[in-house]
Ligand binder design. Sequence first.
Ligand code: GCO
Ligand code: MN
Ligand code: MN
Length: 386
Amino acid sequence: MYTPKPEDKFTFGLWTVGNTGRDPFGLPTRGTLSPVEIVHLLAEVGAYGVNFHDNDLVPIDATPAEQDQIVRDFKQALADTGLVVPMATTNLFGDPAFKDGAFTSNDPKVRAYALQKTMRSMDLGAELGAKVYVFWGGREGTESDATKSPLDGIKRMREALNFLCNYSKDKGYDYKFALEPKPNEPRSDIYFATVGAMLGLIATLDYPEMVGVNPEVAHEHMAGLNFTHAVAQAWDAGKLFHIDLNDQLFGRYDQDFRFGSVMLKQAFFLVKFLEDVGYSGSKHFDAHAFRSADLQDVKAFARGCMRTYLILKEKAARFNADAEIQGLLKLINEDDGSYGYLAGGYSSDSAAKLGAVEFDRAALNAKRLPYEELDQLTVEVLLGVR
Ligand code: GCO
Ligand code: MN
Ligand code: MN
């Protein structure tokens, strides 16, 4: 019942299960896996797809002949396992050249290189069948605002995205771009820090219809925000093109924990939202195993991400089928129709009618809202006693 199926569209990045446990304070704790080994590992645990940054697959200094061989081997591994590549992205943060950003660097040469690197990476992604192209601007920000005008940062980001939308169209790639916000880390402050900020940027682009968002649990949690609310706004705008699932408490650095491992109730409402609205894109786990994990534990981590999602999906169905919960929801949302005339929107008649009403505030407050009961029932569904 909790076995992943292709239609669940569970995906992982090469960099996720391939994470070696290196952190700013310590060396790797486990060995490097080749892309081919990672594809086989993901197939073994039941994933549907694998995503990559250009340099997860092809080292930045590979020769064209080396690139050809790597891509051939990777394609063979995909063919052998049935895994697909739904998304690709560019590493615009690892190389020292990007120390002051990529698209928003103060150096026009770096900005040009970032565009070229992305074009090549889009070529590679398209060759492997990717339909979503993610932009995570890890270095697109500042340590000090003395160094760069935020208006320049915004303008440069817009120009780069417009250029690359045109490139995608020119090449007939049919990509959907998904912008991934993060408030900070590795820069002290990163431009377009939240999902809402990205949605605001998209509306100013030349081809807004091509561009959506890739929200990540950890990133909104770093900012202390309600992730499900951000996802709902993206969904409402028709912009939920991709999603990065992982977990962590509010206010910490980007921990990339196993999905659902920390803030279980938040994870439940997220899964319930995605299932209720019928989100059908990739569910990408942008997470990695604890630094203490060995290879066997990395597999447990990957299986755990998917299993927890499926368990929460079942809990969401239980919530929706629970008569007591549904009774409370009905009570909370009851409507005697007396203000139905407002549903049609504004008219001078409806405004006049509403203007003449005498509201009884005490009666409004007297309406029962048994939210404690409802929330406790939710907790009991999650704890497995309902
Ligand atoms: C991070 C980001 C990245 C991106 C990845 C794909 O905090 O490091 O979440 O993992 O998701 O670069 O674009
Ligand atoms: Mn992240
Ligand atoms: Mn991410």
